[in-house]
Design a binder for this molecule. Structure first.
Ligand SMILES: Nc1ncnc2c1ncn2[C@@H]1O[C@H](COP(=O)(O)OP(=O)(O)OP(=O)(O)O)[C@@H](O)[C@H]1O
Ligand SMILES: [Mg+2]
Length: 363
């Protein structure tokens, strides 16, 4: 308690009549008296909401049907089909034979039962259309499309990655027919190091359980997976009935390059662009490289227009200059793939790749 004797003697205080008249001051901001009483209780509540540690709550995470939580993935409706994928005739043929024909037909699926359960693993250099094709497959099947990047599913909390995966598949079953697209499947990294291997074991097992559909009905759930590093994918995932079929997605051929270029130039002001010539000049470029070329060409036309004050269309010159500046990004992928094709083609897993490397004299 404060000692009252220490308070100043009121007689010493200035005479209030001597003080300046408050009315002379400009209108002050509302003083403490006019403010609404501060609501500490609400503030505390808000603060605790912000700093609340987000620990896993098994009871909430368990519920497949818990509608409260915003899932980390989207359930899309695909508006593209295989007809929208330019070129790549070989890939489309294989897709049709190995995947689409049986999957389209529920009678066949029932007849052959489990043997049709397995999924398809798309592999190849980055930016060459794996995701695009997976989306087209969903469109062909008239199925919903859930894309999940494995690195998004993986969680540092023990058990949470498994729960996340389970929820993805539960959502797919609820929305069947549905294509589940597992991107970067190599993130499960079964082969990379024993340490990671142990940490990921549970997640790999969970994926196997979901794929086998042991406890649930996977009818109408189609699994596609993709990786740029098939050699890092856990072998357990590639056994029969799982991701047992592989499909090599190569850099776009001439017709595919034309389609990609057309797509990326569709909303841009272009003049006198010869797509056939451009496609010929861009052999060895990935879809993503082609997108980059269109981007650079647009940028240089824009900078020119800004400098001269006159709007200029994007022309062949801009695009060819951009081709000269952008290097194909997939050479390093082929360097790694070459080794695998030469030394690790177990069971003919990479026969397609070997054939392509030979044909293009990279082997
Ligand atoms: N055959 C094609 N026809 C039309 N567009 C294509 C084709 N192939 C690729 N593309 C275009 O190229 C872009 C890159 O393709 P996509 O993202 O599917 O590659 P990816 O193989 O999944 O790459 P990453 O390995 O980096 O995930 C897409 O946005 C798509 O528009
Ligand atoms: Mg992709």
């Amino acid at each position: 308690m404060a000692d009252p004797s220490q308070f100043p003697d009121p007689s010493q205080l200035q005479d209030p009549s001597q003080l300046p008249d408050p009315a002379q001051f400009p209108d002050p901001a509302p003083g403490p008296d006019s403010m609404p009483a501060f609501d500490w209780r609400t503030a505390e509540q808000q603060l605790s909401d912000v700093v609340q540690p987000r620990f896993v709550q098994p009871s909430a995470a368990d519920g497949e049907d818990d509608p409260g939580e915003e899932p980390a993935w989207d359930i899309e409706t695909s508006h593209i089909g295989l007809a929208d994928v330019g070129g790549m005739t070989e890939v489309k043929k294989r897709l049709e034979a190995a995947f689409l024909a049986p999957m389209r037909n529920p009678e066949l699926r029932r007849l052959y039962g489990k043997s049709l359960r397995g999924g398809l693993l798309l592999y190849g250099p980055p930016g060459c259309g794996k995701t695009f094709i997976a989306r087209a497959v969903a469109g062909e099947l008239g199925a919903k499309f859930i894309t999940v990047s494995l690195s998004d599913v993986l969680d540092i909390y023990i058990g949470q990655s498994e729960r996340n995966l389970h929820e993805v598949f539960a959502a797919a079953r609820r929305n069947a027919p549905c294509v589940v697209f597992l991107d970067e499947i190599d993130a499960l990294g079964g082969k990379r190091s024993s340490l990671r291997h142990n940490a990921m074991r549970g997640t790999v097992n969970q994926l196997l359980t979901e794929l086998d559909g042991a406890q649930s009905d996977n009818d109408g759930v189609f699994v596609l997976a993709a990786t740029n590093h098939p050699w890092d994918v856990d072998n357990a995932l590639r056994r029969p009935g799982r991701l047992d079929r592989t499909l090599l997605v190569l850099p776009p051929d001439q017709a595919a390059r034309e389609a990609v270029l057309r797509y990326h130039l569709r909303d841009r002001p272009i003049e006198g662009v010869d797509l056939v010539k451009l496609a010929k000049k861009t052999d060895g470029y990935s879809g993503a490289d082609l997108a980059h070329i269109c981007e650079s060409a647009a940028e240089s036309a824009l900078l020119d227009s800004a400098a001269s004050g006159r709007v200029r269309m994007i022309g062949m010159r801009d695009l060819l200059d951009a081709v000269g500046q952008v290097q194909p990004s997939i050479e390093s992928w082929f360097a790694a793939a070459r080794n695998v094709a030469m030394f690790a083609n177990e069971g003919g897993m990479y026969d397609d790749l070997v054939a392509f490397l030979k044909k293009s004299r990279k082997l």
